[in-house]
Design a protein around this ligand. Structure first.
Ligand code: G4P
Length: 526
């Protein structure tokens, strides 16, 4: 590929994740997007995949049980000249640190909110990561075909709860059974929920924002209400600000219904107007920015999915390409070890079958079959000088278990397994200050199950895990630490770098501690 071809290919890439709380409609909207992209031919494919009824191959048992498959981790399609990569962020019990880390590999995010529920906990958590990265966020208020909350309320909540300005691109005309359409100020038209008597789907607006064609809708109270709300927002609301959108300080808000496929296409097309192409990536020392159009290849591992096939013990390392072009069979250097690796065994993600992803460029994701060479955060590159990216952040775990080897005679494999899996980023390891007990921390239950399964299958080490439940982890400055501060409600432990932290029973215990030791500084990670 010439430099110009590479630049053109990178320019086309749009890589994003959908963040939402379970049941808000992420799967349904993803499916609609894939339909527009021509990847799936009928609705229900992704859904079936999610529930596990679809093309079961020999994934590991846990994955089979839960219906997770690697192909749904990255979905790629072309639309209006753009190549779109959607990265899945699993919800429910599958929620894990990988879910957070996936957000390190995208250039923008789509936030799907159930308009009856507003912002829910998981959305909030995922949002924080996007906010920290300063990436653009586009909001889809879903389920308009059902009665939901007041649109104004939903917009205000974005600012109150998330601290991001909402800019409504359109406004619902009625909702639930009374849904008539969307007053689309951005495209200067009304999108009708059902075609009108003349078979029209869109009604144009004139310069004053009134309907430019004769329609019964003009006399409908719901229409006038929507129009008035839009007018009010036009005057009193936040002005549209492309810079703020780019920095993640303002989010364009679209209303619609994923299930009824209403407002989704408009959303996609407008999203593509504003969604950023692949961004540059900073190196660890901060003195270089790797440009996506740099002809030398570079990328980093943001997720490792284990044991696709228990007989082969292989896993897949997901790599976000940051610069250049990937070619099957190319040699790269792994920064951490300095080893040369040949990238020949690579998975193809759900792409348009007409065009295989033999080559991928910056912005794309490739899945490398891995036999244990890779760790989360590893950089791979070609050329000189070496490329080392900024460290991926660690996330504050919320769930904890005490872990020990079932068979005391097998301490060696137990320790080897734990150390490798912790290094790989599968779970986080802590040691209790006084007893030396091993404690694992995770953001989702699945991480423990995968850990247990892999310990058994890869290291032949059966482990006992005693659930400790939810805890609030707070790091303390070692200089301020006094071991007597520890009590039954705040377990004192060390993280894998030896930093001390307390695991508080709950927020109440943390407040109690702070009241007792007002000068002690406690910090959370992300
Ligand atoms: P998720 O991936 O975010 O967890 O949500 P998913 O798309 O699976 O949607 C959760 C439920 O909400 C599904 O119903 C889905 O049909 C429904 N849903 C999604 N979008 C809309 C919408 O725009 N309007 C309405 N009314 N419902 C919507 P379910 O009953 O849980 O699943 P299913 O039985 O339909 O498969």
């Amino acid at each position: 590929m010439s430099d110009n071809q590479l630049a053109a290919a990178v320019d086309k890439r749009r890589t994003f994740a959908i963040i939402s709380h379970p049941d808000a409609g992420k799967t349904t909207i993803t499916e609609q997007l894939l339909l527009f992209g021509g990847v799936v031919r009928e609705a229900g494919t992704v859904k079936a995949r999610k529930s596990g009824n679809f093309a079961k191959s020999d994934w590991m048992e846990i994955e089979q049980k839960r219906g997770i498959s690697v192909t749904s981790s990255v979905m790629q399609f072309d639309y209006q000249g753009k190549r779109i990569n959607i990265l899945d962020t699993p919800g429910h019990e599958d929620f894990s640190e990988d879910t957070y880390r996936t957000l390190m590999a995208v250039d923008s995010a789509v936030m799907v909110i159930d308009s009856a529920k507003g912002i829910e906990p998981q959305t909030k958590k995922l949002f924080q990561i996007c906010k920290m990265r300063g990436i653009p966020i586009f909001t889809f208020m879903n389920k308009l075909d059902r009665d939901g909350r007041e649109p104004l309320d939903l917009i205000a909540e974005l600012e109150d709860v998330l601290g991001i300005e909402g800019y409504p691109m359109n406004w619902p005309i009625g909702m639930g059974k009374e849904l008539k359409g969307l007053y689309d100020r951005y495209h200067h038209r009304v999108a009708l929920y059902r075609k009108d008597a003349e078979g029209r789907q869109y009604l144009p607006l004139n310069d004053d924002g009134d309907l430019a064609v004769a329609s019964d809708l003009a006399d409908d109270g719901l229409y006038t209400e929507a129009r008035d709300s839009m007018e009010m927002i036009e005057e009193a609301g936040n002005p549209f600000d492309a810079d703020k959108i780019a920095s993640g300080d303002q989010t364009p808000v679209f209303f619609g219904s994923a299930l009824a496929n209403f407002g989704v296409q408009t959303f996609l097309e407008t999203y593509l107007e504003y969604a950023p192409k692949p961004a540059e990536h900073k190196t660890a020392d901060g003195d270089r920015e790797i440009q996506p159009t740099d002809p030398e290849f570079s990328g980093f591992v943001f997720k490792i999915q284990a044991n696709m096939n228990p007989n082969h013990r292989d896993r897949i390392a997901f790599v976000r390409i940051c610069s250049g072009e990937f070619d099957r069979g190319m040699d790269v250097i792994q920064e951490r070890t300095g080893k040369k690796l040949r990238l020949s065994n690579v998975t193809e993600f759900m792409a348009d079958t007409r065009e295989n992803v033999e080559t991928a460029v910056a912005g794309d994701i490739i899945g490398l079959y891995d036999t244990g060479n890779f760790q989360i955060g590893d950089a791979i590159y070609t050329g000189k000088p070496a490329v080392k990216f900024e460290k991926l952040p660690q996330f504050t775990p919320e769930l904890f278990v005490r872990v020990s080897a079932k068979n005391v005679m097998k301490q060696k494999s137990f320790h080897k397994g734990i150390n490798q899996l912790v290094q790989e980023g599968a779970v986080q390891l802590y040691t209790a200050y006084t007893t030396g007990d091993y404690i694992l921390g995770a953001v989702g239950q699945l991480q423990f199950e995968v850990f247990q399964f892999r310990m058994q299958n890869e290291y032949n080490s059966e482990v006992i895990m005693e659930p400790m439940g939810k805890k609030t982890a707070r790091w303390i400055n070692p200089d301020q630490l006094d071991e007597r501060m520890s009590s039954s409600r705040n377990l004192l432990v060390k993280d894998s770098q030896g930093n001390p932290l307390f695991l508080f029973e709950n927020r109440f215990a943390e407040r109690w501690f702070q009241d007792k030791y007002p000068d002690v500084e406690l910090t959370a990670k992300l």
